[in-house]
Design a protein around this ligand. Structure first.
Ligand code: IMP
Ligand code: MG
Length: 214
């Protein structure tokens, strides 16, 4: 993907650090963490334009409803819908994975407070990233119960190496290897969502950095 600039994040997220400090959080994990950009802002914009064109053509005669999966997908959804040259409705679902190592590891919790009726409509789920596939498969199952005409899935990023549940992805922005990525809506411990590109975190990001001797 061409040149990949390394960036020191701490210098561009002072507001986040300040918020963390106000919350009494022991972070500041953002400060000085080195990330490597793997998908640039320009690459994201170009790919979204292509996806939007494809989706607009595929849903030409349909009643399209975009369902964003909170929180990560809101950035992707807002850019995608503004490139979409056709009418659509928008709603959100809140999904989060939870678990501890002994009991419910890998389970997905979905909070649904959909404002729209989906009956007879064509639903397109908008995800930030598909990893194990658990979230998407659970979401599709839940949405089917609302009797839509169809349910399809559009994800900005696909990480197929870690798939545990087979899922059908109808629109994919980028396929990446098994790496933990942040930016463009994707977080690490709620940080980094505001970065305008997608980046890989330095592998020692979560480890407190010892003071240097110099
Ligand atoms: P699943 O394993 O396919 O259910 O993935 C569910 C969720 O995990 C995604 O929607 C993201 O919120 C989160 N996730 C998975 N991989 C990453 C990553 O590389 N960076 C940030 N969040 C991730
Ligand atoms: Mg998510």
């Amino acid at each position: 993907m061409g040149e990949r600039p390394a960036i020191i994040v701490g210098q561009c997220t002072p507001a986040i650090l300040q918020q963390a400090a106000l919350r009494g959080s022991s972070v500041p994990y953002c400060d000085g963490d080195i990330i490597e950009v793997i998908i640039t802002q320009q690459q994201i914009a170009a790919r979204i334009a292509e996806l939007a064109q494809q989706i607009a053509a595929d849903y030409r005669d349909k009643q399209l409803v975009l369902i964003g999966v909170l929180t990560g997908s809101f950035v992707f959804l807002s850019d995608l819908m503004r490139q979409l040259d056709r009418p659509c409705e928008v709603d959100f679902l809140d999904a989060s994975s939870y678990g501890n190592s002994t009991v419910s590891r890998g389970q997905v919790s979905i909070t649904t407070s959909l404002n729209l009726s989906l009956t007879g409509k064509d639903v397109l789920v908008i995800e930030d990233i598909v990893d194990s596939g658990r979230t998407v498969s659970e979401l599709v199952r839940l949405l089917q119960a609302h009797h839509p005409a169809s349910v399809k899935v559009c994800t900005l990023i696909d990480k197929p190496a870690r798939r545990e549940i087979p899922v059908e992805l109808d629109y994919i922005g980028f396929v990446i290897p098994d790496q933990f990525v942040v930016g463009y809506g994707l977080d690490y411990a709620q940080c980094f969502r505001n970065l305008p590109f997608v980046a890989v975190l330095d592998e020692d990001v979560a480890v407190p950095k010892p003071p240097t001797s110099e």
